[in-house]
Design a protein around this ligand. Structure first.
Ligand code: CP
Ligand code: NVA
Length: 309
């Protein structure tokens, strides 16, 4: 069975730790591994906009000796005339892996079930698991450990980032708090999955509506845009509902003095985060953005080795 990475919990806790360790090795020896030598091609498909994901996958695939093929869905058959599974059956004859940023998680599942090459979720409406590998790497770099640390996500609890924090944080044995308005709470099935993972890893999952209580004593404070891609028509309602979840210097001061601030970017300064925080001394967002490269290279190396075994 081909291993894919469609959601954070497609890796076991042990496998997640292996990928993070590999990311550090790869970061320390950036051009030392060439599993895609040939060059083999990796298709990187975008239904939505991207800067970091596009560039970090393109650079990472090239670093690994391969050739990235960046495809915009707008001018391909996928999403219009052709199903994900038919697309997958063609691509597997031509490329070594498929990376896809899309809307519905079900499209990724269909793509993965139709192909023998690994499929990687480069963001869907439900999850952003590649970002979480980078975030966990950044937290480990800054704080030394993951298990037992408290990470507080504030804002859109139903977003891909919040839901990936629930799964990936629980896998890492972290205490994951999500503070959001009731209307923007995470999907109950994702919460149940995260709870079950946390019960095995020693982590915990906590949902609440109080941003200040959630930030108190946290090791990591995280937020993301209140208006994810595809939700633009709800912008006014979202800004009104989430206004009290903005990460201000006052809110950040409730976290531990050693706490770091993370944001996957792009950021709307003045909305979900104040400039004093994202541009301040506790912000680790630029290391976080760089770690996309190292974490995704590690993931590709790991998937290629697993699927060759
Ligand atoms: N964080 C992130 O995925 O950024 P892009 O949308 O620029 O890829
Ligand atoms: N939650 C955001 C993440 C962007 C990288 C979105 O889906 O637009």
């Amino acid at each position: 069975m081909t291993r894919h990475f469609l959601r954070d919990d497609d890796l076991t806790p042990e496998e997640q730790a292996q990928v993070l360790d590999l990311a550090v090795q790869i970061r320390d020896d950036r051009w030392g591994r060439k599993p895609l030598a040939g060059p083999q091609t990796v298709a990187v498909i975008f239904d939505k906009s991207s800067t970091r994901t596009r560039v970090s996958f393109a650079v990472g695939i090239a670093d690994l000796g391969g050739s990235p093929l960046i495809i915009s869905t707008a001018n391909s058959q996928l999403g219009g005339k052709e199903t994900p599974s038919d697309t997958a059956r063609v691509l597997e004859r031509l490329v070594s892996a498929i990376v896809w940023r899309t809307y519905a998680q079900s499209g990724l599942e269909e793509m993965a079930s139709g192909t023998t090459v690994p499929v990687v979720n480069a963001l869907s409406d439900d999850f952003h698991p590649c970002q979480l590998l980078a975030d966990l790497l950044t937290i480990r770099d800054a704080l030394g450990t993951l298990a037992g640390r408290t990470v507080t996500f504030l804002g859109d609890g139903a977003s891909n980032m919040a839901q990936s924090y629930l799964l990936a944080g629980a896998l890492a044995g972290m205490n994951v708090r999500v503070a959001s308005p009731d209307d923007f709470a995470p999907d109950a099935r994702v919460v149940a999955d995260a709870d079950a993972i946390a019960a095995r890893t020693g982590g915990s999952v906590e949902l609440c509506t109080d941003p200040f209580g959630a930030a108190a004593g946290a090791d990591v404070v995280v937020t993301d845009t209140w208006v994810s891609m595809g939700k633009e028509e709800e912008k006014a309602r979202r800004i009104a509902a989430m206004a009290s979840y903005k990460v201000t210097p006052e809110l950040m001061a409730l976290a531990k003095p050693s706490a770091i601030f993370l944001h996957c970017l792009p950021a709307d300064r003045g909305y979900e985060v104040d400039p004093e925080v994202i541009d301040g001394p506790q912000s680790a967002v630029w290391n976080q953005a760089e770690n996309r490269l190292h974490a995704q290279k590690a993931l590709l190396v790991w998937l290629l080795e697993k699927n060759a075994a």
